[in-house]
Ligand binder design. Structure first.
Ligand SMILES: Cc1cc2nc3c(=O)[nH]c(=O)nc-3n(C[C@H](O)[C@H](O)[C@H](O)COP(=O)(O)OP(=O)(O)OC[C@H]3O[C@@H](n4cnc5c(N)ncnc54)[C@H](O)[C@@H]3O)c2cc1C
Length: 391
């Protein structure tokens, strides 16, 4: 039976970044990906900050960038709209098909082995060995990394999963440098519709929401915008309930969407899930070091991944969970009233101080305006103070 220090199930951003780090640390590692091609089928908008990508240790190849000119975001309520500048946030749109392959190439150069069309079925102890059972036979390993995305977490908790649909479309109403986000509690309860431009007149248009038929909701949204050609359709679940309590269970380490590491507000996970992979990979290298063969010590070193990820993201995710609860309580009147009360100065401040990867600060600036804070407090009570201190 082939043996590796680490076997990773899931060859997307978190699994591949973990593999890159593990192989760089001199360990043998195999990545098992059930699909036939890394990065495909793509189920991502690709929106990410340049600083986030740098933290992941990546400089995207030119062909992986679909749009490097996101300058504005238009936020719509059912009957209102405001625009925020995104210039300072330095946000780009990545082609995940190409970007994931770029990470796979880095991992492979470090010594990782990547196997596509290889589906992991189970992991457990057999005699004295830890065995991963797959569609291509059994592998033994010392550690197992679960990077299977939503497929893994959905079995633990369905409540945090929303349905989404995202189409690639060609349409004259898509502006090259502008993201659009539309809130409507009847059409997209608990989420929103979005447009992510990949060029002038083309982009990714999507919706997600609780208990909706995402395909019908997206068609209605597209019809409301005007004529277009749809050139690709994707339906995928998203996770919005925040991280699992623990990411480490004995020899199993959970990373990325499988660990609930995507943002509770937008379900964006390229940066936060990617960092999960990077931090887990580094912790595994330390834990697998021969001088750390004491089991308790190994567990402590693995748990460092958990504490490092949490100290980077947990305070932010806690605030975003408050924003999520607020959104879930708002009907269309509340959304309209709230957006109508936001003064231009708050939008301006949010544009200047906002950080795409830690957007609770911008949310607090916008919701902190007097009228908006009153509406938010009426809906959430004192809990809103965790997002808007002093409200
Ligand atoms: C419609 C949509 C739009 C999004 N837009 C954005 C965005 O604009 N910006 C952003 O930051 N994030 C976005 N996200 C979220 C982002 O795509 C995810 O957070 C991120 O891809 C998570 O990476 P991951 O590696 O943890 O999991 P995934 O990318 O879900 O990868 C899991 C991998 O595991 C494989 N797998 C599953 N089961 C098995 C098995 N048994 N054996 C082997 N392999 C298996 C899957 O085939 C897959 O390749 C979006 C998500 C969706 C659905």
């Amino acid at each position: 039976m082939p043996n590796y220090d680490v076997v990773i199930a899931g060859g997307s951003i978190s699994g591949l970044l973990a593999a890159r780090e593990i192989a760089a640390g001199g360990l043998s590692v195999a990545v098992l990906e059930e699909d036939a091609e890394i990065g495909t089928p793509e189920h991502c908008g690709g929106l990410v900050s340049i600083s986030g990508i740098r933290d992941l240790g990546m400089v995207p190849d030119i062909e992986t960038i679909e749009n490097n000119r996101i300058a504005h975001a238009k936020i719509f309520s059912p009957s209102g709209c405001f625009e925020i500048s995104a210039e300072r946030q330095k946000v780009i749109v990545l082609d995940r098909r190409a970007f994931d392959k770029q990470i796979a190439f880095q991992a492979q150069k470090n010594g990782a082995e990547i196997r596509v069309k290889c589906s992991m079925r189970s992991f457990g102890k057999e005699g004295s060995e830890y065995v991963v059972k797959t569609s291509e036979g059994d592998f033994s390993c010392n550690f197992f990394v679960d990077a299977r995305g939503i497929a893994s977490i959905i079995s633990r908790n369905r409540d945090g999963v929303l349905h989404s649909a995202q189409y690639e479309v060609y349409a004259s109403w898509i502006e090259h440098d502008t993201i659009e986000v539309a809130f409507n509690s009847q059409q997209y309860p608990g989420f929103f519709a979005w447009i992510i431009p990949t060029g002038q007149g083309k982009g990714k248009v999507g919706v997600a929401g609780r208990r909706i038929n995402a395909a019908s909701a997206l068609q209605r949204y597209i019809d409301s915008k005007g004529k277009c050609s749809i050139v690709r359709k994707v339906y995928a679940p998203i996770w919005i309930n925040g991280p699992l309590r623990s990411f480490v269970f004995d020899r199993t380490i959970i990373v990325g969407d499988a660990a609930g590491q995507s943002k509770p507000t937008t379900a964006g996970g390229i940066y936060t899930c990617g960092m999960g992979g990077v931090l887990a990979g580094r912790a595994l290298v330390d834990a697998a070091d021969k001088k750390n063969d004491d089991r308790n010590k190994q567990q402590l070193l693995l748990k460092r991944y958990e504490s490092n990820w949490s100290s980077m993201f947990k305070p932010e995710f806690d605030k975003l969970l408050v924003a999520r609860r607020l959104l879930e309580r708002m009907d269309n009147k509340a959304i309209d009233d709230l957006i109508a009360t936001i003064p231009p100065e708050s939008v301006q401040e949010a544009s200047i101080d906002g950080d795409f990867d830690f957007h609770s600060t911008a949310l607090a600036k916008i919701l902190g305006a007097k009228g908006a804070a009153r509406i938010a407090k009426a809906l959430l009570g004192n809990e809103i103070r965790r997002l808007i201190p002093g409200s």
